[in-house]
Ligand binder design. Structure first.
Ligand code: URA
Length: 433
């Protein structure tokens, strides 16, 4: 095959055959297609999009570039979940016990955080000893014993996406719906889950800035799921504000634990109960979302799913007692309180900026090589739309780094006090296959 012919076709919006798409992906992975050629291909896709058939072939070619998992030894139904990335997003840690409590197993591959967004693997590693580097055999064993297991996504999973994403990132082609949809779904489809719930974030801190685009992305991913006989549901949720009050690592695991014990922030609880509810409806545990949510709220109230978070973390060698005794184990050299300069309703410049502040405090990495400080982070004593009086604490910063005045100033710059509340809808739309 000739790359120039393929790019000419894509440029003129002529549908590529499955063979041509496989050839592009395989040639890129084995380095016979150069970065500049693949960049031209990505840009042509950015302008002309892809047909449903092209997206299906592209996703399958990406999956076939790496390993897939056989979970036939795992008894019962399996669910998976993915979020397109949010600030303070510890949903998986609450969703998984809630779903497992009703007998549906949660098998997930997760990644680390980079930049302003945290990663589930980093959060879990704040429990000393916890590891996501487990064998396939152990993954299946834990799924059968506890009902939840989370593995670090290895470099053998969809290697084509890793290489492609790095290129898209530096060539202005990240925000293409077919490329995002195939990137996300290829990584989901390597796990043979019966159901997949996707949390597509929308707003200032997200890839999708408006609802129409978020719906288009969601429908594209549901379509890919259908091609692979997977039941995919999508929640489009607001990412103009952080989720819950805790941003960091150990502080987020603690908030997840509190939520499972009935003491979580209402937005986080609502999101987790909706995600778990949709999953339980997808797996026919409940007939409708309303019933599922009522039952899940009972479980939060009677705390009966909380132990599953502890059990799963311990099964993967983590010491969970440090979270139960949080204050003793995660103290920091500096505790910086940031006060309201006037009274009104709290708002933040953007959720993303709070993510960056948390990173500067030590909770995230600016480069892949940086080490994380599990104790660092932010607690929002007041969050979006809450009323604050002048002089009250809006947020508390935890850090072992010494630039106290600079952190305080940065935090003050992120706070906006408004005369009236903002639109605070959290779940903007639900879509099911
Ligand atoms: N997340 C992914 O995994 N891939 C994308 O392309 C965008 C977000």
């Amino acid at each position: 095959m000739n790359f120039v012919d393929i790019i000419e076709k894509k440029k003129k919006n002529i549908e590529l055959s499955t063979q041509e798409i496989y050839w592009v992906v395989n040639s890129f992975v084995n380095n016979s297609l150069k970065d500049y050629q693949m960049s031209a291909f990505n840009m042509a896709v950015w302008f002309n999009g892809m047909s449903t058939k092209e997206i299906a072939s592209f996703t399958q070619a990406m999956i076939d570039s790496g390993i897939t998992y056989d979970l036939s030894e795992v008894k019962g139904l399996i669910a998976d979940k993915h979020s397109t990335g949010g600030i303070g997003d510890k949903t998986s840690l609450i969703f998984s016990p809630l779903v497992a409590k009703f007998g549906v197993k949660v098998a997930k591959l997760s990644g680390r955080g980079l930049g302003q967004t945290g990663g589930t693997i980093d959060k879990l590693e704040s429990c000393p000893g916890w590891t996501g580097e487990i064998s396939d055999h152990r993954f299946k064993e834990i799924l059968n014993e506890i009902g939840i297991s989370i593995m670090s996504q290895s470099s053998q999973v969809v290697p084509a996406d890793k290489k492609l994403y790095a290129l898209r990132d530096v060539t202005g082609t990240v925000d293409s719906i077919p490329l995002i949809a195939s990137s996300i779904m290829s990584k989901k489809l390597v796990i043979p889950a019966n159901s997949i719930i996707l949390d597509v974030k929308m707003g200032s801190g997200a890839f999708m800035k408006d609802l129409d685009k978020a719906v288009e992305l969601s429908k594209t991913m549901i379509g890919i799921g259908k091609e692979h006989n997977r039941n995919v549901s999508v929640m489009i949720t607001n990412m103009d504000k952080p989720l819950g009050r805790a941003i960091g690592n150990a502080i987020e695991v603690k908030e997840a634990w509190d939520t499972l014990n009935g003491n979580g922030p209402s937005d986080l609880e609502e999101l987790c109960v909706t995600a778990a509810g949709l999953t339980l409806v997808q797996n026919e545990v409940f007939k409708d979302l309303k019933t599922a949510k009522e039952e899940l709220l009972k479980v939060l109230k009677d705390k009966s799913a909380a132990h599953l978070l502890k059990d799963f973390i311990e099964a993967q060698n983590g010491n969970f007692d440090v979270i139960i005794d949080y204050d003793k184990n995660f103290s920091t050299k500096h505790v910086i309180e940031v006060f309201a300069q006037k009274e009104g309703y709290v708002s933040f410049v953007s959720a993303d900026q709070l993510g960056y502040l948390s990173m500067y405090l030590g909770a995230g990495r600016a480069t892949k090589e940086e080490e994380i400080d599990f104790s660092a982070g932010i607690y929002l004593n007041k969050t979006t739309n809450e009323f604050v009086k002048k002089g009250e604490v809006i947020m508390t910063l935890y850090t072992n780094r010494d630039n106290v005045e600079s952190f305080k100033q940065k935090a003050e710059e992120l706070i906006l006090i408004k005369d009236k509340k903002e639109n605070e809808e959290l779940i903007l739309k639900l879509l099911t296959s």
